[in-house]
Design a protein around this ligand. Structure first.
Ligand code: ARG
Ligand code: ZN
Length: 889
């Protein structure tokens, strides 16, 4: 059944409070649920009460203490006829956590109990009005065997605990804040915590805890520090204080997503909590900081103000991603260092373009606020999260930081404690800044990636420069086209650069004087011309500075102009962007030739342009690393009229080898200069040095004779005091071994496994490195992957492990996955079907690996269709069905 946004109706009943009692037993947990209910005065009178419930065994139902005969349990819940206007409803039911492989609801992982309720998992725990606009206060009693489950946690404050008969004990928790059911959580098991006590801005004592299994306690410090930084940052930047006396983070190794913002009891995938220098890379450290921040920031943007219905998901997710992006930028030094800020911006935009633009071009294209869904779990997407964050960022670009803050303040003043819609956020921003944002609503309702075409003209006599912008969506996918109604309000940031490379002062026609060197144009019409006056020379335009809107910009730059921008643009984002445009253009031309089996060649000027950036010591290492990183194969294949992963791979490898050979001396020098001797620290500066050094190593490994790389990598592998360097060395050895047999690669791989056998997150890296390595005709990676599927450490039920092997191969090794014989697709179909029976959410994610099938070359397309049809004919879950059916339409 399709659920439509337009069908929203308020709930017929409300819950004033709920008391839950759990008797936790893995095979059969009993839940007693007592709710004080009443009819909603603001809803139409309903004939019956419909509670949601799934996979539950009903034990008893009582209304006001009297067993209720007219209660009917069914596949989707519990129906009660003849209920009074106000009543106490008591339901006892049972569920089976040990058998729950879906990891939604209450489940067991490593012999401990955990919950995941967003979006609709609470109904797998008890019968309830499991929708986000039903908010209530929870009192929760947990009872369990004391030896097996010494720690019993739930949301809010611990108000009582004690022993019971038969070696059992209990804990009683009370959450003072009203919340929707998706924010409920409990944890029970053998866990230990790192603790800190801090005072929040108003002087209140707060207890902070990071709970993990005992052997992981040595990997909790960074998460704790990230939490403290998050608390401080939200106080300073947004005036938002932690509202509970106690804030807990718990790590679990079986988890469908990254983490979950349950009120006062965040539950995290271990991947986003556990880190020490030996096991975690710089990227892991940064991701942990970002995700800890993200979940913490949800306490205000998500929990205090929540969503009215799931179509409004981006209200909390887009806003919270924006907040975590800003947090990470500030933590990286971006408050005072513009390039550090740009580095974070570039990383975020890369992800957006590679993943969200792709999503927007296929059958799953949907607006930031979707109009309909079959399974809401399929809509935790790049569009809702990342494009949603761009939409929030545009308010800040339009109104400035102060204006954005004014809007946030008004949003909380109006809506604290409420479940609201995306429109409410927009209206708060509009009202706080005295601007009508009706047109801006289209960013929430239109799918597809906007294209802005730019034409410029310089009139030397009049010293006028005109910029004409046109907006549209190009040939959007049908799913996107159906939503497109009219032009968007696009904040279009622009600068003009003079012959000397410096920015020109800007004066728009009608303004009395020039001011500033970057201007945000209010681009609101389908076509609009902006005229700059007093322009003393023909400038070079720097377009969409800092990526001021999530659009594609089309402008006919020459290769020389791009090289000039790469060397001079004062906007660091656009410097990087110029390099990417230059590289993309060359790579696509080469891919087209590769597709025809024509010989490949690359102009020296391109190599020279990149060499200049690489050796420009005034630029930060982190920036240079990003500038020298070529666009991904997936992104390039996307840009082709017909995606041809093999041709893209050949072209990209050709350029990598060219850059490796032409700049060999520079790479070697860089490798030496950016070593980070001494104790490891995951600071942005040190990480920048390591990143650039390891990029040099990766390029050196591309040489036909990779002897330098093998030597350096072998030493680096052996001597590394941190995972960033060790993993990079291993990866370089694997890469080198594809051009020349490298015994060091095999032995490092074996050593890596032995060394980290007891660290599941590191073994995930071991699987992923092998699944994403380059193959050859003699050694197709599908064979490696199939063999690894039978490795004793492989376990398809653990999502991290499944992702590390299966997903890595199917989504991060395009040249091998899209093998012409269809072997990758056959593997994909098998795994989607296997996962479908265990964990539909994870299966549906994997199912999406083929959704852009129509865009590929005919041979691949037909094989992909066959694989999709095979899955469609066997699949059971609503989750996977929605994905494959939409793909095949
Ligand atoms: N709200 C969580 C976060 O963004 C993600 C939960 C996703 N859950 C799901 N079932 N799709 O931090
Ligand atoms: Zn979130």
């Amino acid at each position: 059944a399709v659920i439509h946004r337009a069908d929203y109706a308020p709930p017929a009943f409300l819950i004033d409070s709920v008391t839950l009692e759990f008797d936790l037993v893995p095979a059969r947990t009993i839940v007693k649920n007592s709710m004080r209910m009443r009819r909603n005065p603001d809803a139409a009178r309903a004939a019956r009460l419909e509670l949601m419930g799934e996979q539950l065994e009903l034990v008893s139902v009582a209304v006001n203490g009297v067993p209720h005969a007219a209660a009917r349990a069914h596949e989707h819940g519990l129906t009660l006829d003849d209920v009074p206007d106000t009543f106490e409803l008591t339901i006892v039911s049972a569920c089976a956590p040990a058998e729950n492989t879906t990891l939604s609801g209450l489940y067991v992982s490593s012999d401990n109990f955990f919950t995941q309720c967003e979006a609709e998992g609470f109904r797998r725990i008890t019968y309830f009005l499991d929708r986000p606009d039903v908010m209530t206060t929870y009192t929760v009693t947990l009872r369990a065997d004391k030896a097996a489950y010494p720690v019993l946690l739930s949301n809010g404050n611990l108000i009582e605990e004690g022993d019971l008969a038969d070696g059992r004990h209990f804990a009683k928790w009370e959450d003072p804040f009203k919340k929707p059911s998706y924010l409920f959580a409990l944890v029970a098991g053998r866990l230990v915590a790192l603790e800190e006590r801090i005072k929040s801005v108003s002087g209140k004592e707060k207890l902070l805890q990071v709970w993990v299994e005992p052997h992981d306690l040595d990997k909790t410090r960074h998460a704790m520090e990230s939490l403290i930084h998050s608390i401080r940052w939200d106080e300073e930047r947004f005036g938002l204080e932690l509202d509970l006396d106690r804030f807990m983070i718990v790590a679990v190794s079986d988890f469908n997503m990254g983490a979950m913002e349950n009120k006062g009891l965040n539950i995290f995938n271990t991947k986003y909590v556990l880190a020490n220098p030996e096991t975690a890379t710089d990227t892991d450290f940064a991701n942990i900081e970002a995700v800890v921040g993200h979940e913490y920031f949800h306490n205000w943007t998500g929990n205090r103000v929540t969503c009215r219905d799931w179509f409004q998901l981006s209200l909390k997710e887009g806003l919270t991603v924006f907040r975590d992006q800003e947090f990470s930028a500030d933590m990286a030094g971006g408050a005072t260092d513009e390039t550090a800020r740009a580095v974070k911006r570039i990383e975020d935009v890369r992800v957006l373009r590679q993943m969200q633009f792709a999503e927007d071009s296929g059958p799953m294209a949907h607006p930031v606020r979707p109009e309909s869904y079959v399974e809401i779990n399929n809509f935790y997407t790049m569009t809702v999260y990342e494009k949603g964050a761009e939409v929030v960022r545009m308010y800040q670009t339009l109104f400035g930081r102060d204006g954005f803050r004014r809007g946030m303040d008004l949003y909380f003043k109006r809506h604290d404690g409420q479940a609201v819609a995306c429109d409410d956020f927009r209206l708060a921003l509009a009202d706080a800044n005295g601007r009508d944002l009706a047109q801006f609503e289209r960013w929430y309702s239109q799918a597809g990636t906007p294209r802005v075409t730019v034409e410029t003209a310089y009139d030397a006599d009049a010293q006028r420069y005109t910029v004409t912008l046109k907006q549209g969506y190009g040939d959007a996918a049908p799913a996107a086209r159906a939503t497109q109604k009219g032009p968007l309000l696009i904040p279009f940031a622009i600068g003009l650069i003079g012959r000397d490379g410096a920015d020109l002062p800007l004066r728009l026609e009608g303004e009395s004087a020039a001011s500033g060197t970057t201007r945000v144009l209010d681009f609101t019409e389908t076509e609009q011309t902006f005229t700059f006056v007093d322009v003393r020379e023909a400038p070079l335009p720097s377009l969409l500075r800092n990526f001021s809107a999530p659009v594609v910009v089309e402008y006919d730059y020459t290769a020389d102009e791009l090289a000039f921008l790469l060397a001079h643009d004062s906007d660091p984002f656009n410097r990087w962007e110029a390099g990417q445009r230059l590289a993309t253009r060359e790579l696509l031309a080469l891919a087209a030739r590769a597709a025809e089996n024509a010989p490949l060649q690359l102009d020296d000027s391109v190599v020279t342009a990149f060499a200049r950036v690489l050796t420009d010591e005034t630029l930060s290492p982190a920036f240079r690393e990003l500038a020298l990183m070529l666009p991904s194969e997936a992104y390039l294949a996307e840009q082709m009229a017909e995606s041809n992963p093999a041709a893209v791979h050949r072209a990209r490898q050709f350029v990598r080898k060219r850059l490796a050979a032409a700049l060999r001396e520079a790479w070697l020098a860089i490798y030496d200069r950016h070593r980070t001797p001494g104790a490891y620290a995951p600071t942005p500066e040190a990480a920048g040095h390591r990143g650039l050094k390891n990029l040099a190593l990766a390029y050196l490994a591309e040489l036909d004779d990779p002897a330098d790389a093998v030597k350096l990598a072998t030493a680096q592998y052996a001597e590394a005091n941190n995972m960033t360097d060790r993993a990079a060395a291993l990866s370089a050895l694997l890469a080198a071994s594809t051009s020349k047999e490298t015994p060091a690669a095999e032995s490092a791989l074996a050593d890596f496994y032995r060394r980290f056998e007891k660290e599941p997150l590191v073994i995930d890296k071991w699987f992923a490195l092998q699944a994403t390595q380059r193959g050859s005709a003699a050694r197709p990676i599908i064979d490696v992957v199939r063999k690894l599927m039978t490795h004793p450490a492989f376990n398809i039920k653990n999502p991290n492990r499944a992702r590390s092997l299966i997903f890595s191969f199917c989504s991060a090794n395009p040249a091998q996955f899209h093998a012409e014989d269809g072997s990758g697709y056959a593997f994909w179909a098998e795994q989607v079907i296997a996962l479908d029976a265990l964990n539909p959410q994870v299966a549906a994610r994997l199912a999406r690996a083929l959704e852009l099938w129509r865009r590929y070359t005919p041979v691949l397309r037909e094989k992909m269709r066959a694989a999709l049809e095979q899955v469609a004919s066997q699949v059971k879950s609503r989750d996977v069905r929605e994905i494959v059916e939409k793909a095949l339409v």
